[in-house]
Design a protein around this ligand. Structure first.
Ligand SMILES: *[C@@H]1O[C@H](CO)[C@@H](O)[C@H](O)[C@H]1NC(C)=O
Ligand SMILES: *[C@@H]1O[C@H](CO)[C@@H](O)[C@H](O)[C@H]1NC(C)=O
Length: 219
């Protein structure tokens, strides 16, 4: 085999391998239950003393019941990530339960560190994501059905029924992170300057301030 061909093969292999590990890093021991209050910062959490680990580090019942949805958007996310189940630290997976009032919306947002797959527990939702080519991929899904939102892409779910809906979501990250488009731009602290937003959205300051007042931080 010519050296150049061999070098090219090696490079292709390296690229393939790099793609294969483009998610939460793999673990280097059986378990590493998060020491959530440790002052030591690493990529993830440090491990707590394994002699103090027990079943409660791997358990949660917070997604057993629907969360109240009487808020601005009519939806509520119950995140079941490493902050809730410390035993998820270094395992690269987590879940959420999302509840929706009739017409409730989980507004457009992204998870910078994970792909999401949702299973509809009950009700019917209009869901979709937008690719970087700005194409909307959308569908109506109902109980028992599954839909996928690829990593990092902006997506949403809206209850299109007259009764409450809920889904279970799974993520390939212990802590997927969420960036909601509207609140990121209009409710950041300190605020994104008005002139940036008026120019971005091609509207006046009044309109920008109106949206800002409706989307106060922590709402
Ligand atoms: C696990 O240990 C904690 C104390 O570190 C204790 O409060 C809890 O009851 C234990 N849980 C189980 C399931 O043994
Ligand atoms: C939502 O409803 C619960 C009772 O079901 C109530 O305690 C809570 O204050 C309400 N929240 C809002 C924001 O209206």
């Amino acid at each position: 085999m010519k050296l150049a061909v061999f070098a090219q093969l090696l490079m292709t292999l390296a690229l393939v391998l790099a793609t294969a590990v483009a998610a939460d890093p793999d673990l280097l021991q059986d378990l590493c239950v998060a020491h959530l209050s440790s002052g030591v910062k690493v990529n993830g959490f440090t491990c707590k003393d394994s002699s103090k680990v027990n079943a409660s580090d791997f358990f949660s019942d917070i997604a057993a019941k629907p969360k109240p949805t009487n808020n601005t958007f009519g939806s509520a996310v119950t995140g079941v990530n490493v902050q809730v189940i410390p035993g998820l630290n270094t395992l690269g997976v987590s879940m959420s339960r999302i509840d929706y009032a009739p017409s409730g919306l989980n507004p457009p947002h992204t998870h910078p560190r994970a792909t999401e797959i949702v299973f509809v527990l009950k009700g019917q939702l209009d869901v979709g994501f937008i690719t970087t080519a700005n194409k909307l991929i959308s569908k109506t899904i109902k109980n028992g059905e599954i839909f996928v939102f690829p990593k990092g892409l902006v997506h949403f779910q809206k209850n299109n029924g007259k009764v409450p809906a809920s889904v279970i979501a799974a993520f390939n990250s212990q802590f997927p992170g969420t960036q909601s488009v509207a609140t990121t731009l209009f409710a950041a602290s300190p605020p994104v300057p008005d002139h940036v937003l008026t120019q971005t959205f091609q509207v006046g300051t009044k309109m920008v301030d109106k949206i800002k007042s409706r989307l106060k931080p922590n709402k």
